[in-house]
Design a protein around this ligand. Structure first.
Ligand code: PLP
Length: 420
């Protein structure tokens, strides 16, 4: 596939950093390099570090690992982490026979997303397909690039393929539709998860109308469907990346929801020509993701191995399943008849329609805040900023008591609203 038609003018102007391009030469036997601008490590006060894990074990970065973590490193990621994540992707997304693909490690998936958007969009000149509703952080990165946002309707199973095809054929604008931005698992904010059948159909539509698919999947590891066997595959485990037969899918992964959000580790996977452009951007931007964050993540993942990670993820899923069930219990207890919602099978959000409320933004901002209950009004997730009756509630951190209290307060407000 020739990707040039998808690239923005800015991305096409990106050139390799002359200094960063020398990095592979440093590895040649006998090479004496006076080329780099590497600070002298003798000036670094750190020697080694040890992290105490909650299970009582320890992860250490010895002198050698520290010297890599503390120094400038390759823009795609430090070798240890890059290799672990690449193998992980091969296993998780059936890439063993795939040619010409790559990954790049970024500071969370948000970092890769903004770079991908800049790679593909010329300000004001392109169109994109976005779920309605969708993640505010993606909208914040898209808005300055001024694409025409074609809204794609979703239900509890995510994008409705027939509706996707309809909005594309009804689009009469002259702008090229560059990509579909989709959050396939535990969608933020709706909690929706795509079925495998829908993913297949979406990819067929992408081929038919020749656009790329940006698969932003930070809730992939928060799949709450109970499995008999830890390695069983559910619909959310079968990704669009794994089904991509024509090199259209650029996938965004994140460790934010399973290891730490502050550690800022994400990675982007897709056809090499696309990853290469993001790489050029990274060379000119942050240079690379924090070496310390990468170092400790590599040490942990190497210590755990794939099985250890799977077991950790299973525990996280168990935690979130409990959180979700507690919240649904509170909602059922206090809000029955006042809200409509679907129970999410992944992620950390419940998307509720407040019955009888036309504009949830003023309702939340004027009334709910005063009653000391916060939720995000649905308007924040509207690609074209339209008001509506929805709110997003997160069930990730509060305990049953506060969940109950919050739902009780919301119920009182909705009762008052119904009276007026
Ligand atoms: N994409 C979606 C859909 C999200 O919900 C989030 C965070 O909430 C991100 C991306 C950013 O994640 P990260 O912490 O990996 O940058």
């Amino acid at each position: 596939m020739n990707y040039t038609k998808f690239f923005s003018k800015m991305s096409l102007l990106r050139q390799p950093s002359p200094i960063r391009s020398l990095a592979p030469l440093l590895k040649l036997p006998g090479m004496i390099s006076l080329a780099g601008g590497l600070p002298n490590p003798l000036s670094f006060p750190f020697e080694s570090c040890t992290f105490n894990l909650k299970d009582g074990s320890q992860i250490s970065l010895d002198k050698a690992a520290m010297s890599i973590a503390l120094q400038y490193s390759p823009s795609e990621g430090i070798a240890d982490l890059y290799e672990v994540l690449k193998s992980h992707q091969i296993e998780k997304h059936s890439l063993v026979d795939r040619q010409d693909w790559n990954i790049i490690i970024t500071s969370g998936s948000q970092d890769a997303l903004t770079k991908a958007f800049e790679m593909l969009l010329d300000p004001g000149e392109d169109a994109v397909l976005v779920e309605n509703p969708t993640y505010t952080g993606a909208l914040a990165a898209l808005h300055p690039l001024q694409p025409e946002m074609i809204e794609v309707p979703i239900d509890a199973n995510g994008i409705i393929p027939e509706e996707l095809e309809r909005v594309i054929t009804e689009y009469k604008g002259a702008k090229k539709i560059k990509f579909l931005y989709t959050i396939p698992t535990g969608q933020n904010p709706s909690g929706a998860s795509l079925t495998v059948d829908r993913k297949k159909k979406i990819l067929e539509i992408a081929e038919k109308f020749d656009f790329l698919v940006l698969e932003d999947d930070p809730y992939f590891y928060l799949n709450l469907v109970e499995k008999e066997n830890i390695n069983d595959k559910t619909d959310s485990d079968v990704t669009m990346l794994s089904m991509d037969g024509s090199g259209r899918v650029l996938r965004f992964d994140s460790l934010s929801k399973v290891l730490s959000s502050g550690i800022r580790i994400g990675w982007c996977t897709g056809p090499s020509p696309l990853i290469q452009r993001i790489h050029l951007h990274q060379q000119a931007n942050s240079l690379h993701t924090s070496g310390l964050s990468q170092g400790v993540t590599a040490a942990l993942l190497n210590e755990w191995g794939q099985d250890g990670l799977t077991q950790h993820v299973a525990k996280v899923q168990e935690l979130y399943r409990k959180q979700r069930d507690m919240f649904v219990k509170s909602v059922e207890k206090h809000l029955k008849g006042y809200v409509e919602y679907s129970v999410p099978t992944a992620g950390m959000f419940l998307w509720m329609k407040l019955i009888g409320v036309e504009d949830s933004k003023s309702f939340i901002e004027e009334k709910a805040r005063e009653k000391k209950v916060l939720m995000v009004p649905g308007q924040a997730f509207q690609p074209n900023d339209k008001p509506g009756p929805y709110v997003r509630a997160s069930f990730s951190v509060e305990g049953q008591e506060n969940m109950d209290l919050a739902c009780e307060r919301l119920a009182e407000l909705l009762k008052e609203n119904r009276k007026n």
